[in-house]
Design a protein around this ligand. Structure first.
Ligand code: SF4
Length: 455
């Protein structure tokens, strides 16, 4: 079994800030020099494909200091009301680009805190997704829930609308850590919400946890994970805290505390990992765990796990369409992002314009690199024989040299037709994937990135 002692000697070399590769090219390659007709063309062409629709609901009641999401703290109902009206306008404009509604295999409401919207606002958001798009009969609907703002009526509303998967932001159960990061929620509250979700009809429950927060110790994270195991979510994300205070200014508040260093982060991660594996959870990719009968575990076993802007997924969708401020869409030939500025968003959608402010086209070579990076992060194996022409196109002398070095360090095993990630390499998946990231050196030179620690 992999131990933290096997990881420590490699930290200096590999624990560098790197993208999380929820897309390739990564979001820092999106620019404002793009042709809106290319975006319109890509949307029009995707009408036949079942897409995943992501709807960003950015509002939150209070600010969690660790958060790097695009969120808006507000107590004004008006802000939320106006936003829903603007989502409708955006959906209308998208629908006007195609002769028939775009087909959806997945719908995910994320944020921000979707559960901070009122029930009537949520009902309207759901109605928008049903009216301007065409959900397939087996569509999977999921939602992010803040245990502090959701309630019984809301959970019933989601279930009646066909939502079966809910992700609860848990982060950490320790009182001291919760105070330091400004997110107080008791284990009793989370337990009540889990019971209410099951009673309402949610079939799959996810938890989001974070390691690397100030105040966390091996003892405190053990205690948190034991409480989590007791609540038995189907899957959970164990994210490394991403300290990117250049982008998320409120994170500076946490700099007055001792943030765990890389060695301590490894020790926190392994403490949680050991407990989860002993409790029957399977390690997925680099930062998820799932019960063996959960879809994520089954797809990882079959080699069909996928990755998109929402992280690891089993989505059979052929791309992601994002609705709402800051949402990113990914339609294989092009990626594009809605402006994150609320006023600009309102102005654009009110005038019937598409609200995209940045985009990046993907060349065939980019698409091939994206596929290989996804194989590394999801299925831990690259078999060139399954990807005709890829090897000649993207495996140059520099990539070959780096793969040989990774093998020397015990992170991969080279095979006749590709390579396989070792157990030790699982901790450095982002580093292994970065071998195929052509843009990373120039992104760093341009001072772009602000990537989080790879561990
Ligand atoms: S962690 Fe969630 S609830 Fe907290 S500020 Fe970020 S988006 Fe809002």
């Amino acid at each position: 079994m992999l131990t933290e002692e096997q990881i420590y000697p490699l930290l200096d070399k590999y624990a560098k800030p790197l993208p999380r590769y929820t897309s390739y090219p990564t979001a820092v390659e999106l620019t404002d020099t793009f042709d809106m007709d290319d975006v319109k063309g890509a949307i029009a062409e995707s009408v036949e494909l079942p897409l995943s629709l992501y709807v960003h609901l950015p509002f939150c009641k209070s600010l969690c200091y660790f958060c790097a999401c695009h969120k808006i703290i507000t107590s004004k109902e008006d802000d939320k009301e106006i936003y829903v009206k603007n989502l409708r306008r955006e959906a209308q404009t998208i629908a006007s680009l195609t002769d028939s509604p775009i087909s959806l295999s997945h719908l995910h409401l994320g944020g921000g805190s979707p559960s901070y919207m009122s029930n009537s606002q949520l009902a309207e958001v759901i109605e928008i997704t049903n009216s301007y798009f065409s959900p397939t009969p087996r569509i999977q609907r999921s939602v992010e829930l803040d245990p502090r703002t959701t309630n019984r009526d809301q959970l019933e509303l989601f279930c009646k609308a066909g939502f079966r998967r809910g992700s609860l932001g848990v982060q950490d159960f320790d009182d001291t850590v919760q105070k330091l990061v400004h997110r107080i929620q008791s284990v009793e509250l989370v337990r009540d919400v889990v019971q209410e979700m099951k009673r309402s009809g949610f079939e799959e429950i996810n938890f989001d946890l974070i390691y690397g927060l100030p105040g966390q110790t091996k003892e405190s994270i053990s205690d948190t994970v034991e409480k989590v195991i007791d609540l038995r979510p189907d899957r959970l994300a164990l994210y490394g805290y991403a300290h990117v205070s250049g982008k998320a200014k409120q994170q500076k508040t946490l700099e007055k505390y001792d943030l765990p260093d890389t060695t301590e982060r490894i020790s926190l991660f392994f403490t949680a990992k050991r407990l989860l594996e002993e409790a029957g959870y399977v390690w997925i990719g680099f930062d998820h765990f799932a019960l063996p009968n959960d879809d994520l575990a089954r797809h990882q076993k079959k080699g069909t796990l996928r990755r998109n802007f929402m992280g690891y997924t089993t989505s059979a969708g052929r791309g992601v369409l994002g609705l709402g401020v800051s949402a990113i869409s990914d339609l294989s030939s092009i990626m594009f992002q809605v402006t994150p500025h609320l006023e600009q968003y309102a102005e654009l959608v009110s005038s019937g314009s598409l609200p995209y402010w940045r985009a990046a086209s993907r060349t065939r070579r980019d698409q091939r690199r994206a596929k290989v990076i996804e194989q590394i992060l999801c299925n831990l194996h690259v078999d060139w024989s399954k990807f005709k022409g890829y090897q000649e196109d993207i495996l140059g002398p520099s990539e070959e040299d780096r793969l040989v070095e990774l093998e020397k360090d015990g992170l991969i095993e080279l095979e006749l037709d590709g390579f396989r990630v070792t157990e030790r390499g699982r901790m450095f998946l982002r580093s292994i994937a970065s071998v195929f990231d052509e843009y990373l050196p120039t992104a760093r030179e341009r001072g772009k990135g602000g990537f989080s620690a790879a561990i």
